[in-house]
Ligand binder design. Structure first.
Ligand SMILES: *[C@@H]1O[C@H](CO)[C@@H](O)[C@H](O)[C@H]1NC(C)=O
Ligand SMILES: *[C@@H]1O[C@H](CO)[C@@H](O)[C@H](O)[C@H]1NC(C)=O
Length: 323
């Protein structure tokens, strides 16, 4: 709720997003705006706006990135775009409420599902490194003719957003990092290597109860679980139980492996644009905690100190605690 009010408050001062129309065919990929099946790449979750596809060729294979493109509902601020990047246990659709608010504030809003996630394709032989995910988002925006945007990312999406800001500083109007991952170097702190196959084994058995237990412990630490959170757990559980559940579990293993090796903390001093960092004091999310010795696990995910430490590294920063 706090995220929404902060976004509302700052929307008034966001400026200068430029949208142009791509007229000529683009070699990077193509946009498909036709009919898509309800069950797309293993996810049948209902999305409130039409699902479009960015079809492109990458790492020697054909890929399809699902996204929603929500027009600004208020015309006076035409020309501004916001891109909402989802967390690892979420999908673009999780940002729907925020998208509605941004649309009402005059933003065109793009909500992609990252490659490997949700309604996007789930390549099994693919480098899911964070730069690649940022590049994929940039390719989508390029094909859509968007050369400037406000980039907003949550959790894993915050890590991708920060990487995006480092890779494309001239294309980012402002950066919003909402409980981003990567504010600590898990491996340097002692998280041992867990093979991709072992991570897969732990992922492929996920179901509604195990996912809810994880989310309650990690994202809602000592807070009350609300019934409206269930839908996001069900969305995820249905992917695991769906026709690409095994592929999805393997993608999660590859993604975990990639994220562990790419904490963004070391590069935060290089972020040039106005950056908003929002951190939940009670958040305890940390990659590798589950398979680390207790002495290591105890050192991970202390956002009450990670937040201010990261804030001190970002040159052009506005910091806020989340309720
Ligand atoms: C869900 O997964 C957990 C852990 O793997 C398991 O103990 C439990 O029996 C599963 N529940 C259902 C309903 O399948
Ligand atoms: C909530 O969690 C934080 C961080 O672990 C802790 O400092 C605080 O005491 C907890 N509050 C309650 C009411 O349990």
């Amino acid at each position: 709720m706090r995220i929404r009010s902060v976004l509302n408050a700052v929307s008034a001062i966001l400026s200068c997003a430029v949208v142009t129309s791509a007229q000529s065919p683009d070699p990077i990929g193509t946009i498909y705006s036709g009919h898509v099946p309800a069950n797309l790449h293993g996810s049948d979750y209902h999305y409130p706006w039409p699902v479009k596809l960015f079809n492109f060729y990458n790492q020697r294979q054909k890929l399809s990135m699902a996204f929603m493109d929500v027009p600004a509902s208020r015309k006076s601020n035409k020309g501004k775009t916001a891109v909402l990047l989802h967390g690892g246990n979420f999908c673009g659709v999780t940002w729907s409420d925020t998208a509605r608010q941004l649309s009402a504030a005059g933003y065109r809003v793009i909500l992609p599902d990252d490659i490997g996630f949700c309604k996007s394709s789930k390549p099994q032989g693919y480098s899911y490194n964070v730069h690649q995910q940022a590049l994929n988002i940039n390719s989508l925006l390029t094909v859509l003719g968007i050369d400037h945007a406000t980039i907003i990312g949550h959790s894993m999406g915050g890590m991708i957003a920060a990487r995006y800001g480092l890779m494309y500083p001239d294309s980012v109007d402002q950066l919003f990092l909402v409980d981003p991952l990567g504010l600590e170097d898990w491996v340097a702190k002692g998280v041992p290597f867990l093979s991709i196959d072992a991570t897969y084994e732990s992922q492929v058995v996920q179901n509604f109860s195990s996912l809810k237990a994880y989310e309650a412990a990690s994202y809602f630490h000592n807070a009350t679980w609300k019934p409206e959170y269930d839908t996001w757990v069900q969305m995820l559980a249905d992917i695991y139980a769906g026709d690409q559940g095994s592929e999805y579990a393997y993608v999660m293993a590859l993604v975990t492996d990639a994220l562990l090796s790419q904490p963004v903390i070391y590069q935060l001093p290089n972020l040039q644009m106005r950056t908003y960092l929002m951190v939940g004091e009670n958040d305890v999310t940390a990659l590798g905690k589950a398979w680390s010795p207790m002495s290591v696990a105890a050192t991970l995910g202390h956002y009450s100190t990670l937040g201010p430490a990261a804030a001190a590294l970002i040159p052009n920063l506005l910091f806020s605690w989340l309720d």
